[in-house]
Design a protein around this ligand. Structure first.
Ligand code: ZN
Length: 202
């Protein structure tokens, strides 16, 4: 965020993926002050878990339209218990009007890789079930979905979005096959790239 510069194009810009709540208070203030000087209309602060959702709600209240909150559960961590999932989804129901999108949600590609490299068994089904619940929530409340899902996980996410007819989705830090990319484009989803584009051949 600190390297944002004037675009000069006059078009409003949105940063659709920042973990603003993870920064120190002084960094949060600096980031928001910085975007005020750029042509960035809003930043969307995505959540890691319920505590993070609550912090992002506070930030969106503090900064008004400059900071929009997205609520969800980041997939690259242990899957929440059913009680934790219920508490999060109940809280999101209560605060559906306070959120601009569901996120960050998705599937744990890197946690799965790590488990496999250490010879631990891995069950992806609880994560897929959780993602399905978030997509159902998005469908019910007409919210877009901000996704962390790469490679074959992006295919699973596409299948779940298609199953419920959710057409507004943003895959952040996307990497995957050309076929997946075409499937996403055909569905009208948004995809963002990252500095990877400078050093990864694919
Ligand atoms: Zn993220």
């Amino acid at each position: 965020m600190k390297s944002l510069t004037q675009t000069g194009a006059g078009a409003p810009l949105l940063d659709t993926h920042i973990h603003l709540d993870r920064y120190s208070l002084s960094d949060q203030e600096a980031i928001v002050a910085d975007i005020r000087h750029c042509e960035v209309q809003s930043i969307i602060s995505v959540s890691m878990d319920l505590a993070s959702c609550k912090r992002n709600l506070e930030l969106s209240r503090l900064y008004g339209t400059m900071v929009r909150a997205a609520f969800g559960y980041h997939p690259e961590q242990p899957v929440p218990s059913s009680a934790e999932t219920k508490a999060l989804l109940d809280w999101m129901e209560e605060h559906a009007d306070d959120m601009i999108a569901v996120g960050e949600v998705g599937l744990p590609y890197y946690a799965k890789l790590e488990a496999e490299s250490e010879g631990r068994s891995w069950d992806n089904r609880p994560y897929e079930y959780l993602l399905e619940q978030f997509i159902l929530f998005a469908k019910k409340h007409h919210k877009p979905v901000i996704l962390h899902a790469v490679y074959e996980d992006a295919e699973t996410a596409c299948r779940l979005l298609e199953k419920y007819g959710v057409t507004r989705a943003h895959f952040h830090w996307f990497k995957g096959s050309r076929d997946t990319l075409l499937r996403m484009a055909g569905n009208g989803y948004y995809i963002s790239f990252t500095p990877d584009i400078l050093y990864e051949d694919e």
